[in-house]
Design a protein. Structure first.
Lengths: 296, 270
């Protein structure tokens, strides 16, 4: 292919400008000592100070971190187990499982969100009806029992939703690792007298680890980043950071959101760099391994 | 390893939280508020034909603009040598990983009536522009948010094209325009197809972009669905019917597109 001309370089420059300039302006104006979003009034960190005194933001931050961490933890364990299970299934049932596994990835977020909301509201209603029916029974009255199984949208439904859309990412990053796994390794461990559990813990798990950790990192960023699905499944009492951003944008409280944006951008940047550095290190290690294997 | 059992908990989980919700969407779509089967939800939806039309039209325009901007960008990037090329994937992905509410907000910030652009314009003596709250702003928001989803798959496909194929075409006397039209473009189609999917689906179902940049005046499908579930017009039955129809149209059009592009090789997923 021919080399790029000045014109195509200029086009490339304009495209990257288009992608990055808005974010850059946002970051610059988070340090602006004026409420205006156009006039520069000097440097300040006031918006960051205000942000850290804003209870709504702090509560949402806590919720976001808690949900993301718990969901990542649950999804990593469940996803790894599921990937191992999938790989030992017969082809037809494995394909069916993988198709269903792909649904949350391909479906529009809003559909995943509203369908889960429907399920939670429906289940809450059914359980409320069940409790009312049980309470109306004479034996319950005689035993002085009062049932209340009903629940509302809130932290737990949010967590279930996050686990559900996180697991597919873990599975997709663990499955290739399982395919590369040498089945003789686990058998060798068993032959040498390891119990199946020890063989899994000492031999299989370390081999899968890179895939598991990458999956966990992707799941965590997805959870932190999600807005639409949380918006529909969190109810009105609980908010994630994204939901707070949404309501702040709608109420137009500008410099504080700029500060929040900057912090979130930096956080994602750090995560992304961590993932890439890990990846680069793994690649380098694999290359070294290949090279030394070649030498022998 | 013989450990099929390990998948059982997740299979149950999927049945409960992936399949059952979609079944509920179908059930809600086909029943009225008192639970009797009805097709009313679908006939009521005819009132909103304009919203369907607008959503698909705007998402279509956004997808076309993404191809027109994203294809050359990916192509030029793939021809680069050295540092820029090795950093290309990272550079395209970085804005994609930023929270999309904030990406959308950055344009609200720039385009507002008293925002960055308008102040800039009036400071050099030009009249203010009312870009925000128009369909144009909504399309801009879609293009800005989803452009990386178009560039990345095209870039990764073009990057992997075997240089010898191109040299062979040149040796056989093809001009550079012919090389592009007959060799590079057909080989890059799978990337374009997966880019189209990844731009079109979030564009057609968005409610955030239209709410923030469109001023909430011109409804899109996403807004309509959101209103039925969380907004003033609370009616999950109608909302489910709209969701169902949207999902079916999207799946059918993506399926058709992939069938159409099947001869060109498998679509690449990211």
């Amino acid at each position: 292919m021919k080399k790029n001309t000045v014109l195509s370089r200029a086009f490339l420059f304009l495209m990257f400008l288009f992608l990055y300039a808005p974010i850059f302006v946002l970051i610059v104006f988070s340090f602006n000592d004026s409420k205006s979003n156009a006039v520069w009034g000097g440097f300040t960190l006031d918006w960051y100070v205000q942000l850290f005194q804003n209870q709504t933001v702090l509560t949402a931050l806590r919720t976001t971190l808690l949900v993301s961490l718990l969901a990542t933890l649950a999804a990593t364990v469940a996803g790894t187990a599921a990937a191992i299970g999938f790989s030992s299934m017969r082809r037809r049932s494995r394909n069916l499982c993988l198709t269903v596994n792909n649904i949350p990835l391909t479906n529009p977020d809003i559909i995943t969100g509203v369908s889960m909301m429907l399920l939670f509201v429906f289940a809450g209603q059914v359980l409320a009806d069940l409790s009312a029916w049980l309470n109306a029974q004479s034996w319950a009255e005689q035993a002085n029992l009062w049932f209340n199984f009903s629940f509302n949208l809130g932290f737990w439904t949010l967590l279930i939703a996050h686990i559900t859309f996180d697991i597919p990412y873990v599975i997709l990053s663990v499955l290739p690792r399982i395919r590369q796994l040498d089945p003789n390794l686990a058998e060798a461990a068993l032959d040498l007298g390891a119990s199946p559990l020890t063989a899994f813990r000492k031999v299989v798990l370390p081999e899968l680890m890179p895939g598991i950790i990458n999956g966990a990192l992707i799941a965590f960023t997805m959870s932190i980043d999600d807005f639409v699905i949380s918006y529909f499944t969190a109810g009105s009492q609980v908010s994630t950071l994204s939901m707070v951003v949404y309501s702040m944008v709608r109420r137009r409280v500008s410099p504080e959101i700029n500060a929040l944006s900057t912090l979130m951008f930096v956080a994602v940047l750090v995560l992304l760099i961590a993932i890439n550095v890990r990846q680069a290190r793994q690649d380098a290690a694999r290359q070294r391994e290949l090279r030394s294997a070649g030498r022998v | 390893m013989r450990s099929k059992g390990a998948a059982i908990p997740y299979v149950i989980w999927m049945a409960l939280f992936v399949v059952a919700p979609l079944v509920l969407v179908v059930i809600y779509a086909c029943t009225s508020r008192d639970g009797t089967p009805t097709a009313d939800n679908f006939s009521v939806m005819l009132q909103y034909a304009a919203v369907f039309g607008r959503s698909f039209w705007l998402a279509f325009i956004a997808t076309v603009v993404c191809i027109l901007l994203g294809y050359p960008m990916a192509y030029i990037l793939a021809r680069e040598r050295g540092r820029l090329r090795s950093m290309a994937t990272m550079l395209i992905m970085l804005p994609m990983w930023m929270n999309f509410l904030l990406r959308t907000y950055s344009w609200v910030f720039l385009l507002e009536r008293n925002g960055f652009f308008n102040t800039l314009l009036s400071s050099i003596g030009l009249p203010k522009l009312d870009i925000i709250s128009t369909s144009g702003a909504v399309v801009l928001g879609m293009v800005y948010n989803f452009l990386p989803f178009m560039v990345l798959p095209i870039f990764s496909v073009i990057e992997k094209i075997d240089g010898r194929v191109i040299e062979a075409a040149q040796d056989l006397g093809a001009s550079s325009a012919q090389v592009f039209r007959r060799v590079i473009f057909p080989l890059s189609l799978p990337g374009v197809l997966s880019g189209v999917t990844m731009v079109f689906i979030p564009s057609v179902s968005t409610f955030v972009i239209s709410r923030l940049l469109g001023g909430g005046k011109k409804l899109l499908l996403g807004d309509l669905i959101e209103m039925q579930f969380l907004g003033s017009a609370y009616n999950p039955h109608l909302g489910s019917a709209i969701s169902l129809v949207m999902m079916v149209i999207v799946l059918v059009s993506i399926g058709l597109m992939n069938r159409f592009g099947e001869g060109e090789g498998e679509a690449v997923l990211l």
